[in-house]
Design a protein around this ligand. Structure first.
Ligand SMILES: *Cc1c(COP(=O)(O)O)cnc(C)c1O
Length: 378
């Protein structure tokens, strides 16, 4: 009997566990030297740009919006196919979310539709790199520059991804990453924000901890409303251990993705009607390996039948504009047809560092069975 294969699973090595134990014994368990070291290493990786860590990826985006001065009356454009956090942060700061439909191939926001959605009130855009696949970053920033928009890259899934050889995060405007448990590297929960300059980094520190600035032994002042968003040294100790393996993790995921394409075979799309992701081993970190199912099988049915074969299937994401909270703002069915179809039929196949090629083969065989069609239907 084969064991259950989940769609995602973190791998924490023994050295990292030992480092967490040391941190717990050290007497310093909240933000301290480990956080500083983690921020230093991240900054070096992002080409020396300022980096601050937080207790989630969600709050990094909210804080970036606050630093950019975005609030009531401002419009922010994003994609309907993302984790709901991406749009929720726009509402959190009192701004108005605007969606633009996705590209059916990359499943990321369609840049033509994004540009068409810009109005005089548009102040920022939050592009998402679904599954870790970057957009055309040259075009993205050309649009942002032309319309004087701030960019908050939701790179939650894109650590290790690159554009023209440069890591995502090493260029651009604000870049937000998540270290939630399922992400390519994790701190259990956490995130980081890459910023443009020291002034923004100082503001990020204030928003991270109650708006407080300190000077000297007893000087304390509060001049903005901040929250409680700091990362602990326990989390940073996990992050440091994970980060030291980033290249390995990315390489392994690319190898597994390649094996999916090989084992599914060139005719998979034609034979099953399912759509594979774009085959990219250059830029994508393969955070997810997602396929869009043919309409003749429901996602629930597919997931149940794969579960019967002891294979876990993930689902990322339901279209944000169709959640009740967003329908109440006036969004409805039919507004973003590509997102709605992809959102109905998309699934995430098992993909994580500790998987091996045999696991990929198991998934491929199971999928061929579940998606089998009679030989004369094509
Ligand atoms: C994980 C994720 C987030 C949120 O990150 P948290 O760390 O869970 O707050 C936001 N956007 C996308 C695309 C994500 O995958």
């Amino acid at each position: 009997m084969n064991t259950f294969l989940p769609f995602s699973k973190p791998t924490i090595d023994e050295a990292t566990i030992a480092s967490v134990a040391d941190t717990l014994r050290s007497g310093w368990i909240t933000s301290g030297p480990k956080v500083q070291e983690f921020e230093k290493q991240l900054s070096a990786y992002f080409g020396g740009r300022p980096v601050r860590t937080f207790n989630s990826g969600t709050c990094t985006m909210e804080i970036a919006l606050r630093i950019a001065g975005i609030g009531a009356g401002d419009e922010v454009i994003t994609t309907p196919i993302s984790w709901v956090a991406t749009a929720n942060v726009i509402l959190e700061v009192g701004a108005t979310p605007v969606f633009a439909d996705i590209d059916p191939v990359t499943r990321n926001i369609d840049l033509d539709k994004l540009e068409a959605a810009i109005t005089k009130r548009t102040k920022a855009i939050i592009p998402v790199f679904l599954a870790g696949k970057p957009l055309d970053m040259d075009r993205l920033y050309a649009i942002a520059t032309r319309h004087k928009l701030r960019v908050i890259e939701d790179a939650a899934q894109a650590i290790g991804s690159t554009w023209k050889g440069k890591p995502i995060g090493s260029f651009g405007d604000f870049v937000s990453f998540s270290f939630q448990a399922n992400k390519n590297i994790t701190t259990s929960e956490g995130g980081c924000l890459v910023l443009n300059n020291a002034a923004e980094a100082t503001l990020a520190e204030k928003y991270r901890l109650q708006g407080v600035t300190r000077s000297g032994w007893d000087g304390i002042e509060v001049d903005v409303l901040g929250g409680k968003y700091n990362m602990t040294d326990i989390a940073a100790a996990i992050g440091l251990g994970q980060f030291s393996k980033l290249n390995d993790i990315t390489a392994q995921r690319r190898k597994l993705a390649r094996h999916y394409f090989t084992t599914l075979g060139k005719d998979f799309e034609k034979q099953t009607g399912a759509q594979l992701p774009p085959e990219d081993y250059e830029n994508t970190n393969w955070h997810l390996f997602q396929i869009v199912l043919p309409d003749r099988i429901t996602r629930a049915d597919f997931m149940a039948r794969m579960k019967d074969k002891n294979i876990g299937i993930g689902f990322h994401y339901a279209p944000i504009h169709l959640f009740k909270l967003y329908r109440a703002l006036g969004f409805k069915e039919g507004m973003f047809p590509v997102a709605e179809r992809v959102g109905r039929q998309i699934v995430s196949l098992p993909m994580f560092y500790a998987m091996n090629e045999g696991d990929v083969e198991r998934v491929s065989v199971a999928m061929r069975e579940v998606l089998a069609v009679s030989s004369n239907s094509h």
